[in-house]
Ligand binder design. Sequence first.
Ligand code: SF4
Length: 453
Amino acid sequence: MRADSRLARLGLWLRAHQGQIRALQWLVVAIYLVLLILPALLPLPPAQASLLDSLNGIAQMLFWGLWWPGVILSVLLFGRLWCGLLCPEGMLSEWASQCGRGRRAPDWLRWPGWPLLAFVLTTVYGQLLSVYQYPRPALLILGGSTVAAMAVGYAYARNKRIWCRYLCPVSGVFGLLARLAPLHYAVDRAAWDAPPSRKVIAINCAPLIDIRRMDSASQCHQCGRCAGQRDAVQWAWRQPGQEIITLRPEQTRGWEVALLLYGLIGTAGGAFLWSSSTLLLQAKQGLAGWLIEHEQALWLLDDTAPWWLLTHYPQLNDSFSWLDGALILAYIALAALALGSWAWAWLAAAARLLQHDWRARQRQLAYCLTPLAGLTLLLGLSLTSFSQLRGLGLALNWRGWLQGGLLLAGLLWSLQLAWAQLAGLPRRRRALLLYAPAPIGIALVWLGLLFGA
Ligand code: SF4
């Protein structure tokens, strides 16, 4: 395989410049630690202060307004390049594993449900602590995750990223979104198996991929270390979403589908929806009124829980009561169940129409919802970015067009992937009609959130 494209040559360049990449990673680690730790040590700015008036506000803008939406967008565009080249947590975990115990990763750690569980727990916990607004919750959640990543790196394997492969709360989400990306490391199996024309130098694939058999960008961190290996691996373009169109039943994973439906679409959707829900507000007012009137369980209205359990900033008039916390939990759980099960039911109906043994087909079709799930995640994170920009006095008249356009793009892309995936099957049109309510229903919920319809 000749490196006959610019991209392939860039892959070889990355392989040859791992030292510089490592230096860049240390720089990102330094910026990350400053933005994470310093604001948590400083007093909170007053409620009316501009975001640009304090390190707190600047860190908040960089982390939640720029960094996270930027990372999600980068995974959709470039695959997990972020993980391989810039992620401070992955880098620190691999660094810790260089000088660690090097033990074999135990079976419990390889449980495939961790990405779903970790994503749901961190998302919900973040909402209870108002992680987008305050620095101490950010330090606790992001910093805690980094410390855990280093501890796992220190304990297990040598020069690897066990944390990223099995435990990172966003690794499963990134793995899903990377399947859509137009960039991947393509492996020519025949060239790999052929006798090498020159000495083969062993490489270290930190996320433990069997490169010879790699046929998905899902787990690849796009670090470039294997570019040109045995003249069989090169960085290459592909049609966006091609991996999902050609997905085979044995390439689907039940836990990954559960993460997509009940985590990315359901839990993340509920987490973005609750703060603007009039239903939740009415439920809270009704319940609080009932408790006061009947003098029952008045402790539920107490808002003195510590900040690491529930949002507690009385000086800014922003504290959650136990009732607030319970209702937020209930709302997110119900939204996750409703959105996930809505999609699951329509996918099942479409799959049953196509074949008797329908479960594998249902999983294949579920992956077609990835564009809508990814773009709604981006939309949800951008709500914070836009509210920050509005707080700086920017008009943002184009905001609705951008958000509506992204939502429509996610919906159409999800429909197109399913149509392409079903090519050649009998009853294709009817199956698409049964599949379509899944993405359309999710898009309508988001339309309501974005435009108050
Ligand atoms: S397969 Fe492994 S070594 Fe190759 S680019 Fe992906 S993460 Fe890096």
